[in-house]
Write a protein that binds this ligand. Structure first.
Ligand SMILES: C[S@@+](CC[C@H](N)C(=O)[O-])C[C@H]1O[C@@H](n2cnc3c(N)ncnc32)[C@H](O)[C@@H]1O
Length: 333
């Protein structure tokens, strides 16, 4: 994420400010706001409006409410008219009378429908990171940034695109590097790689023809078909030459949305072995899974092939809640 912020925002334009909690970064930013609207390595960007009040109830007072509405109005005007039609406020005690009133004041003033699940305007109210008062966090975009425009075909098991973006960066973004995506599903990792460095050769393999036709549609929408290839096959016995890639990436089945009944233990172990065959000596393998135990066991059985360089625990929204996968970065022994 840091690399992308420096590249797209400019080193002088932003500096980290308060500690914002696990997986979050709070910055002071003096550059053009449009630069924040297409970041790929972050899930969402919020404007933070700080209120020096003891309780959220004070936000209903004329002075604070006017300031809050002005901040929300500013976010709405960043986008073409009519983009924001629905809204959601999240806060501790969001069912309380104060929060209900706050929601209805905002909805009425800005002509928004209140309470929809996939709301365009997303506002959270929480204790300020500065230690006193309350912060209103207003998401700058009508959808999370991880919702990509190229995703014309979705699958329940599709990987969060922000996570995919970070994984391909971990595996190595070198121009011209060849990448294999084992268990590629709808093509998220392939597309994030192809759009980061269009010159790379990228091969995706999946055992499910429906997953591949979904990947095909997404690759088309991302204009990423020219240097990508899809292969129908088993990731444990890929019909691809030995040492033909510089790096591999995989979002292995967790057993929730895909492969609910399969033998995941042997799939993990054999996929790690096959990835070592496909990747050249010194190559990298970035793998994501919620099934840490299975991956640890598979790694132990592939100790002569792969060494763990790093593990990144994540919290990612899934269906109506969260899952906590880890990304593992492995290097060839
Ligand atoms: C978690 S999903 C991958 C999702 C993908 N990253 C995306 O964004 O859509 C796991 C995928 O592994 C595939 N799969 C399961 N067993 C496989 C095997 N033996 N060989 C290749 N693919 C397999 C499934 O068909 C599924 O598409």
């Amino acid at each position: 994420m840091g690399d992308e912020l420096v590249r797209k925002l400019g080193r002088r334009e932003f500096r980290p400010s308060a500690r914002a909690g696990e997986g979050r970064m709070q910055i002071d930013y003096s550059g053009h706001v449009k630069n924040l609207l297409d970041l790929r390595s972050v899930v969402a960007v919020h404007a933070v409006e700080r209120f020096d009040v003891p309780r959220p109830r004070a936000l209903l007072g004329h002075q604070y409410l006017t300031r809050l509405l002005a901040a929300v109005g500013w976010v709405i005007r960043l986008h073409p008219s009519g983009t924001f039609r629905t809204m959601r406020v999240s806060a501790a005690g969001q069912g309380s009378r104060t929060m209900r009133r706050l929601r209805s004041e905002i909805a009425a003033a800005l002509d928004l429908d209140d309470g929809t699940d996939a709301a365009h305007l997303s506002l959270s109210v929480r204790p300020s990171t500065s230690g006193a008062g309350w912060d209103a966090l207003i998401r700058l975009t009508p959808m999370a940034l991880s919702a990509r425009a190229w995703r014309v075909c979705n699958r329940a098991s599709a990987l969060n695109a922000t996570v995919a973006h970070s994984m391909v960066a971990l595996a190595g973004h070198r121009a011209g590097a060849r990448l294999v995506n084992l268990c590629c599903g709808s093509g998220t990792l392939m597309i994030e790689r192809a759009t980061a460095r269009p010159s790379a050769e990228i091969v995706g393999i999946d055992i499910d023809p429906e997953a591949l036709s979904c990947a095909e549609r997404n690759l088309d929408a991302a204009h990423a078909r020219n240097r990508t290839h899809l292969v129908l096959g088993d990731a444990r016995r890929a019909p691809l030459p030995t040492a033909s890639f510089d790096a591999a990436v995989a979002d292995l089945p967790f057993g929730m949305a895909s492969n609910p009944n399969g033998d995941l233990g042997s799939l993990y172990e054999e996929t790690l072995r096959e990835a070592a065959r496909l990747v050249s000596p010194r190559g990298a393998f970035a793998v994501v899974t919620t099934r840490r135990r299975l991956l640890e066991d598979a790694l132990a059985r592939n100790a002569e092939r792969w060494a763990r360089r790093a593990e990144f625990p994540l919290r990612v929204s899934f269906r109506r809640g969260y899952i906590t996968p880890s990304v593992y970065l492995l290097h060839r022994v």
